[in-house]
Write a protein that binds this ligand. Structure first.
Ligand code: NI
Length: 184
């Protein structure tokens, strides 16, 4: 099942998402739907709040970039109840977009290295470190679980310049090749 993408202006994107209990019904179906929804909208990551569910779950798939960066060949994962720690002081600036902020791209500064603990779709526990693009995708998706969007991480002046575009998104007045909606 393909979900519409919940966009900027929706309260669910600003909530702190809740942990998922191990007996959550149909979790595998939900994860599979999130992958399908992400592929349909051509995203590299998707967090549950972006389909209107305030749950601590996100999926990533950057394997399509493996030709340029072979380390991405296995970077297709579901992260359940993740806990993130930012490592070292080194930061990196990279241009980011978000399915919930269609047609907006901005440079965002983030840590280069992270440690993350999480459960996978089989409830196996993982404690891993990531750097570079993987660390970036993880930080972006993890932010969604905390009610944070990448535009919160750019400077105030840049954000002011986006006001008109953001306002249009809250009314779904933006031309995107996937279904979007606002949940008030
Ligand atoms: Ni996003």
């Amino acid at each position: 099942m393909i979900y519409p993408i919940v966009v900027y202006g929706s309260s669910v994107l600003r909530q702190v998402a809740k942990d998922i209990p191990a007996d959550h019904p149909n979790l595998n179906a939900l994860i599979s739907d999130m992958f399908d929804t992400m592929y349909k909208s051509d995203g590299m990551g998707l967090a549950a709040p972006q389909i209107g569910k305030s749950l601590r779950l996100f999926v990533v798939d950057a394997t399509s970039l493996a030709d340029e960066d072979p380390s991405l060949a296995d970077f297709k994962k579901a992260f359940i109840n993740a806990k993130l720690t930012l490592l070292d002081e080194e930061t990196m600036v990279m241009n980011e977009g978000c399915l919930s902020l269609p047609k907006i791209r901005e440079d965002v500064e983030r840590k280069n290295k992270v440690r993350i603990t999480y459960y996978d779709e089989n409830w196996n526990f993982h404690d891993e470190e990531y750097e570079g693009l993987k660390a970036r995708v993880i930080q972006h998706e993890y932010d969604h679980l905390e009610g944070v969007l990448f535009i919160d991480r750019i400077n105030v002046l840049r954000r002011k310049l986006l006001k008109g575009k953001l306002n249009d998104i809250t009314k779904c007045q933006v031309d995107v090749p996937y279904k979007i909606k606002v949940i008030k």
